[in-house]
Design a protein around this ligand. Sequence first.
Ligand code: HEC
Length: 152
Amino acid sequence: MYLSKPLKMKNGSLSAIVYTGTSVQSEKLGKKWIIRKQFWISNEGELFESSSSEAPTGNVKSGNIGNNGFYATFTASAKDGLLVCNLSDAITEMDSLYYERCGTCHRAYDPDMYTAAHWKKILESMKTLSGISQQEETEIMRYLSLLAKRKD
Ligand code: HEC
């Protein structure tokens, strides 16, 4: 299953978002989904202060913070609609940002044309040309890497 909306989680003063498109283990308990996931949140990329008030909150069950990042297991209960079976269904809402920002001067290229590493280089050069913000770059990179070609 994949998260179709970002999930906010908290551990003391730290808060982080588990992004849309993340695959999670889940089971249905009554009417609610229970989501379990163990993952790394690196300091560079995945951990940041949450600003989204719409994101449902997940409880971090256990976790520890080291120099390299934050390793956590979280369990959260979620409403229907937060989880979908396919990755492509999970990220439909991210499509529009990509098409708006990257499909005006030329067609929006298929994400699976390139590997994530290749997209990262392309975004470096397209960043200035297209005038996207840092936040948009992060989101577009996230979108592209989820759908990117797996290897050269
Ligand atoms: C302001 C116009 C403009 C916008 C907006 C724009 N591009 Fe481009 N893009 C270009 C131009 C011009 C080229 C061809 C020249 C070049 O490669 O620098 C190009 C080329 C490309 C190529 C082909 C490069 C290659 O090596 O084959 C890719 C892929 C690409 N853009 C992706 C993107 C992505 C992703 C975005 C969104 C972040 C984006 N572009 C936004 C103008 C734009």
